[in-house]
Design a protein around this ligand. Structure first.
Ligand SMILES: [Zn+2]
Length: 186
């Protein structure tokens, strides 16, 4: 990083969100394609993530897990940064990109100061989900195309991988970049 960029004000700050709990907001214009932040936290196995959160009640969607691949889950509840507060939206301005098993959040369009950052969690539906599962993962992003839920149906071609990644109490993300976060934010 050059001295010039180092002196620039931060791109975002965490504050209360109308979507849900805390959110992350742009503090200046963020150009499309900008890598904004890495999703960090303790890297654990799926088994360990299950163990940590298995005692949560079924209607508690508050953890900070991000599935990297079938071996690794990032638990941002431990040593996480501001990335864990980025909310889901059905019409997001960011996406997650996985590179060498690290996860980054990048702008998919130019974001204006004051806009809340968001990406599509694409939490997968699973067989045997309770009837009120959409309520547990309700989306309040307020976008015209809002699905009303953070859940999405897995794309057909990915079905096999998704089934493998699936395990008790945890949800696999669907898309190319292993977008997938089991859950949402406080
Ligand atoms: Zn929505």
């Amino acid at each position: 990083m050059t001295a010039t960029t180092a002196r620039r004000p931060p791109m975002f700050k965490v504050r209360r969100s109308r979507i849900h709990g805390s959110g992350v907001f742009a503090t200046r214009r963020i150009r499309k394609g900008t890598r904004i932040i890495e999703y960090v936290g303790e890297r654990v196995s799926h088994e360990e993530a299950d163990r940590r959160y298995e005692d949560r009640p079924a209607d508690d969607n508050h953890t900070f897990l991000f599935i990297v691949d079938k071996r690794t889950v990032i638990d941002a509840g431990v040593d996480g940064n501001e990335a864990r507060f980025i909310n889901h939206s059905c019409d997001p301005n960011c996406e997650t990109v996985t590179e060498s098993r690290r996860v980054f959040i990048e702008a998919i369009r130019t974001i204006q100061p004051g806009e809340e950052l968001s990406y599509d969690y694409q939490i997968q539906r699973e067989p045997g989900d309770p009837k009120d599962i959409d309520k547990v993962f309700a989306c309040r992003c307020g976008k015209p195309g809002c699905r009303g839920t953070m859940l999405s149906d897995p794309p057909k071609r990915k079905k096999k991988a998704a089934a493998k990644a699936k395990s008790k109490g945890k949800r696999a993300g669907a898309e190319h970049h292993a977008h997938g976060r089991t859950v949402s934010h406080r």
